[in-house]
Design a protein around this ligand. Structure first.
Ligand SMILES: [Cu+2]
Length: 134
């Protein structure tokens, strides 16, 4: 009798943990970054949910020595809202690592957002790389 109850409890616990894993949003998301305006700055942005917020690591080839302002904007690369929604650390030599508090992969996937890299702080109007968060 006791043995049967223990086995039943075990089965219920396994079932519960499988259900929880299935319902959870993805913990990481890779965004493909595409070069714009002949910059050659292709690469990825890897998004990871952390207890402190959304960690965004951007890695592009052909990066510049000057800081390249990088943000999450509302919209898509084809039709982007010019005002930055969330600031990321500027790219230097193609690399940037930022944790943005208060947002998650799931919250961004509810709308349309894109990661956008600008040529330099003195030439914000020229976009050098962009990736849609989807
Ligand atoms: Cu921007």
């Amino acid at each position: 009798m006791m043995k049967k109850l223990a086995m039943l409890t075990c089965a219920v616990l396994i079932g519960a943990s499988v259900a929880a894993a299935g319902a959870a949003a993805p913990k990481t998301l890779t965004v493909k970054m595409n070069a714009l305006n002949k910059s050659g700055e292709n690469g990825t942005a890897i998004l990871t949910d952390t207890p402190k917020g959304l960690n965004v690591v951007v890695k592009l080839v052909n990066g510049a020595k000057v800081a390249q302002p990088t943000h999450i904007h509302i919209g898509t690369c084809g039709k982007i809202n010019k005002a930055p929604e969330y600031g990321l650390s500027s790219l230097v030599m193609g690399t940037s690592d930022t944790t943005v508090p208060g947002i998650t992969i799931a919250s961004l996937l509810k709308g349309h957002y894109a990661i956008n890299v600008h040529k330099s702080s003195s030439d914000l109007g020229t976009y050098v790389s962009c990736g849609n968060i989807k």
